[in-house]
Design a protein around this ligand. Structure first.
Ligand code: XIL
Length: 376
């Protein structure tokens, strides 16, 4: 674990970097996001490898002063933590959990059962043939139990199943679905509830404002509940663009999920300012680089920044108005320079998707959230 003085150093460096800046970005919020939002919902961020390893001092300073929940951006995914059969690589995940614990964070585990970043071995046998249903169930069970038992009582909630549906509401033809059948979802939640009865269990997906997906998730929650299987929350990823979805459609889904008696959480929020190429956040979707779709390599013009701000304001307005139904809002990273949106779905664009700019300065939206959350 990182020595404590390094964290204090990180906070000092962060403050130094912030005060050296001028322009529209860079004004520090009048109070930390986490205290402004207290009593409404947790405010979280994803942590990348540099942050978990302790090399991004400025990022760490922001995380510890502004946020009270963390999730690992990559290191708990199957390809990272379980790269070969019977081989687990816990080092980074252990450090992530140590960090969260040392700072009293609400720690989220991401993601147990997901078709992406799933290593090839998981679904094939030694001859390279697809495994049988029983073998895949056994592997899924071993994976869930191993991770959840290791971090029992320390990781407070898990994305148990990620992205099981297409936007039209049909089941995604993932290996889990094809080999096991739709019951794999219920099985995963049952294994998770056994492995750590104290952890919260989530279903997590993108494009949750799409009507088909909304209905599919509502039915999933109802079916699990009818079968007596615990699900505590629906995670709405929130990888949004300038034209999709509308805040109204997003709110409609939020209310539909909450009406099932589960919590709602915004789990992976970022707002791409770039011309959108796809509505999907399926990380398998790839489009060839096109400079016409990468207009802001030299900086974001004020008019575009204003549009971005006002769109994100309208989403935070939905979150704050519905804070009785929302337990957490998590940003998918700290600084624009580190956002996965720079490379998705097109490699090498310059995006401006997060709350902190490329110099780690807070954008005006940060103070806007503080004001909106604390207004009487
Ligand atoms: C992304 C990460 O941010 C990238 O670093 C990685 O290369 C691909 O995955 N939905 C999810 C997240 O559930 O795990 C994905 O994270 C983004 C989409």
């Amino acid at each position: 674990m990182k020595p404590h003085f390094l964290n204090s150093l990180a906070a000092l460096l962060a403050i130094a970097a912030m005060t050296s800046c001028n322009g529209t970005n860079g004004s520090q919020p009048t109070q930390p996001l986490k205290s402004a939002l207290e009593g409404k919902f947790l405010i979280g961020t994803a942590m990348n490898t540099a942050q978990i390893e302790g090399t991004d001092a400025v990022g760490l300073g922001i995380i510890t002063t502004q946020f009270n929940s963390v999730v690992a951006e990559n290191c708990m995914k199957t390809e990272k933590i379980h790269p070969e059969e019977g081989v687990y690589a816990f080092d980074l995940a252990d450090r992530f959990v140590d960090f969260g614990e040392a700072h009293g964070m609400f720690i989220v585990g991401h993601a147990l059962v997901w078709h992406s970043q799933l290593p090839a071995w998981f679904t094939v046998d030694a001859q390279g043939n697809e495994v049988t249903r029983d073998v895949l169930i056994a592997r899924m069970k071993d994976h869930i139990f191993t991770l959840m038992e290791r971090y029992k009582g320390r990781v407070h909630g898990w994305d148990v199943v990620n992205e099981a549906f297409e936007d039209d509401g049909s089941f995604r033809q993932s290996p889990f679905y094809r080999i096991i059948g739709e019951e794999y979802i219920q099985m995963a939640f049952e294994f998770a509830a056994q492995a750590d009865p104290g952890a919260e269990l989530y279903y997590n997906d993108f494009s949750t404002a799409a009507p088909g997906k909304r209905e599919a998730i509502v039915s999933l929650v109802q079916n699990l509940q009818a079968a007596g299987v615990r699900i505590d929350a629906v995670g709405m990823q929130g990888h949004i663009t300038m034209d999709f979805p509308t805040p109204e459609a997003f709110e409609k889904s939020l209310l539909a999920f909450a009406a099932q008696g589960v919590d709602v959480m915004i789990t992976e929020l970022d707002l791409s300012v770039l011309p959108s190429v796809t509505r999907s956040a399926d990380i398998g979707a790839r489009v060839r680089y096109d400079s016409e779709l990468d207009p802001y390599t030299q900086g974001l013009p004020e008019a575009a920044a204003k549009k971005w701000e006002s769109r994100l304001e309208s989403f935070f307005d939905v979150f704050i108005r519905n804070s009785d139904k929302i337990s957490r809002v998590t940003l998918w990273g700290i600084s624009d320079k580190d956002s996965w949106r720079n490379d998705f779905p097109m490699l090498g664009r310059t995006d401006y998707a997060l709350l902190y700019d490329r110099n780690d300065q807070p954008k005006p939206i940060v103070e806007w959230i503080v004001k909106r959350a604390t207004q009487k």
